[in-house]
Design a protein around this ligand. Structure first.
Ligand SMILES: [Zn+2]
Ligand SMILES: [Zn+2]
Length: 628
């Protein structure tokens, strides 16, 4: 398989799936991948017994409460929500909230390609719906700075610039990519503060603090004519966050009691995991112990560059042990500088040292904070592992801490880097060895807590692969949110909420939009299928010249192969192929069917059948027929 390349630039993506099956195939098994194939009837949870499959919670299922529609929602304008991405995969999160015909876009993220998408750089949400309704879009709201929420912004903005709202850090992280596309001056970035409520287009939008693996993430409350629609954003309920900024459950509870929460859209990433995600601050304690136990050795710690709180804890543990801190990797350097400027990261000047000066320090004084936690081939850590890093070389007895969990699909690449590190006699500490990482997403206990606090009338799972969202439904059921009150949606689905309740409201294009170099959307599933065949089986070409007037093949067809297995019989097979292709073409010509398409078809068939019968292989067969 061609999964040599880890997904690149993974700083933004933040999926945690500790129990995900190993290997690149994990993502494929997660339910309907192709949107067209999604079976809507399977998605409604009404008849779900809860007894088959994994139980979300040991708690007894509460009796369903039949809730009357809120009286003030009768007659008011309906609200429509359209899901363009993130419901069926971890990545490319994008939704539209529509009130009175106006649209607010919530996040425009990217997804990193699966192993079955060779050559694809990025996957975007299908932006057709937004493009067709561009005149109705009033703004883009970013919940937080991860790339699965912000990375697609430049692709949207280049078609129609609209104002972008988010926390100061979120906007700064999002600007990196927009800047690369040279569009920062065309776009209005509007920073919003914790707890702020402001009119954006058709409704008031309130930004409620949540804890996550990047600082200053928001849940978003839309105050609509149909009541409050609360989007949890990516969140966990961390009671001891590194910056003391907790998930504002009090505000959500206040909204729940007055005016009540009509619809909760809730992060499903860790809905398969029982219990509670440990606090981010527990990682700091572990790091401190790990550092203290190895006082005379150099440390290299790798984590996501946007995980500012993790960087803070690495720096704190290092400095407490008498070390100095150096950064390695472009995005780490950039984000550390940015976070210090915004006052989100505290590392005293005297404790920072340039990576090129690290060799002048004693081993016990060194802590390098590096990118590359996902095994990306071009990243700082991968280059350290192969000895190709220009700025820093590993030595025997160094300690490398991988303070992150591989995103599903990246396990193989991370494993390979860990092997290379061991070959250098470096000690490697990762989340399988010690608690040097915790997730940024809520587990079942926290999900149930949020459901309890917000007491929503309706619920839709978001942000997850199909199995994550299906498990979210079970958590909801355990909290008594059952029947028509839960809707399991997928990419491209639209829903409507009105005085009568929550309903499906058709579909819009919701498939993958592939980016390959400067090409956006030109690659379809057909191209990817061809690439997979070429990668796995190779290609056999027959090049023949045909004289149409005389009805014969000129000379002998050439057979050209690439990436196709040879053995000692192959030469004989190729000789036979020349004969067979000639015979098939001449038969076609003598029967009078000499159009180009038909000649191609018979040549392909003759060659394909011969190769298939003799080798049991299915390379791509390409006839090239030149007519004279
Ligand atoms: Zn996130
Ligand atoms: Zn996310």
């Amino acid at each position: 398989m061609n999964n040599q390349g880890a997904r690149r630039g993974t700083d933004g993506s933040d999926a945690q799936a500790p129990n995900a099956p190993k290997g690149g195939g994990a993502r494929k098994a997660s339910g309907p991948r192709k949107k067209q194939a999604a079976t809507k009837s399977d998605a409604t949870p009404r008849k779900r017994s809860g007894t088959s499959g994994p139980s979300a919670s040991a708690a007894p299922v509460q009796a369903a409460r039949k809730r009357p529609a809120r009286p003030n929602s009768d007659g008011a304008s309906a609200v429509r929500i359209v899901f363009l991405g993130g419901l069926g995969e971890i990545g490319r999160n994008c939704a539209c909230i529509e009130v009175d015909g106006r649209i607010l876009v919530l996040d425009v993220g990217i997804m990193f390609p699966d192993p079955d998408m060779p050559g694809v750089d990025l996957v975007l949400p299908d932006l057709t719906y937004l493009r067709e309704n561009a005149d109705r879009v009033d703004g883009v709201i970013l919940t937080h700075g991860h790339e699965d929420h912000t990375g697609g912004l430049a692709y949207l903005l280049r078609d129609f610039p609209v104002a972008v709202y988010g926390s100061e850090l979120t906007l700064a992280l999002a600007k990196n990519r927009v800047d690369e596309a040279g569009m920062n001056d065309r776009v209005q970035f509007v920073p919003v503060r914790d707890g702020e409520r402001r009119r954006i287009g058709p409704c008031d939008v309130e930004f409620i603090p949540v804890t996550h693996s990047v600082p200053h993430a928001f849940a978003t409350a839309f105050h609509t004519p149909q009541g409050i629609i609360l989007h949890s954003g990516d969140f966990k309920i961390d009671l001891h966050p590194v910056d003391g900024r907790r998930t504002d459950l009090a505000r959500m509870g206040a909204l729940a009691s007055d005016p009540g929460i009509r619809l909760l859209l809730i992060d499903s990433t860790n809905a398969e995991e029982p219990g509670f995600t440990p606090s981010e601050s527990t990682v700091g304690e572990t790091l401190r112990k790990v550092f203290l136990a190895r006082p005379d050795r150099r440390f290299i710690v790798t984590c996501f560059a946007s995980h500012i709180h993790r960087v803070q804890q690495v720096a704190d543990a290092a400095i407490a042990g008498g070390r100095k801190v150096a950064t390695l990797g472009r995005s780490m350097q950039k984000n550390v500088a940015l976070a210090r400027k915004l006052g989100l990261l505290t590392i005293p000047d005297r404790s920072l040292v340039d990576i090129e000066d690290v060799d002048q320090l004693q081993p016990g004084q060194v802590c390098v904070i590096s990118t590359g936690s996902q095994g990306e081939p071009m990243s700082a850590l991968s280059k350290l592992a192969t000895g190709e890093n220009r700025f820093f070389k590993l030595r025997e007895n160094d300690v490398v801490v991988i303070s992150a969990h591989p995103i599903p699909g990246n396990e193989w690449s991370v494993g390979r880097v860990i092997d290379s590190l061991h070959r250098r006699n470096v000690e490697v500490i990762h989340s399988g060895v010690d608690s040097v990482h915790v997730s940024g997403h809520a587990r079942q206990g926290e999900l149930a807590t949020l459901m309890s606090v917000t007491d929503p009338e309706f619920l839709i799972p978001v942000h997850g692969e199909y199995r994550h969202m299906a498990n979210q439904v079970r958590v909801a059921e355990s909290m008594g949110i059952v029947g028509d009150r839960v809707l399991l949606c997928e990419d491209g689905d639209a829903v409507r909420i009105d005085g009568k309740g929550l309903h499906r409201d058709g579909t819009v294009p919701g498939g993958y939009l592939f980016v390959d170099g400067s090409s956006v959307g030109d690659i379809g599933h057909g191209v990817l299928r061809d690439r997979m065949v070429l990668a796995e089986e190779g290609v056999v070409m027959a090049v023949a010249t045909v004289d149409l007037k005389r009805g014969e093949v000129v000379g002998v067809p050439q057979i050209v192969t690439r990436g196709w297995a040879y053995d000692h019989d192959t030469e004989m097979l190729l000789d036979e192929a020349r004969v067979q292709v000639t015979r098939a073409l001449e038969q076609a010509l003598s029967s009078g069917s000499s159009d180009h398409e038909n000649l191609n078809r018979v040549a392909r068939k003759a060659l394909g059948r011969l190769v298939g019968d003799r080798t049991r292989q299915r390379p791509m067969i390409v006839p090239v027929i030149v007519t004279v």
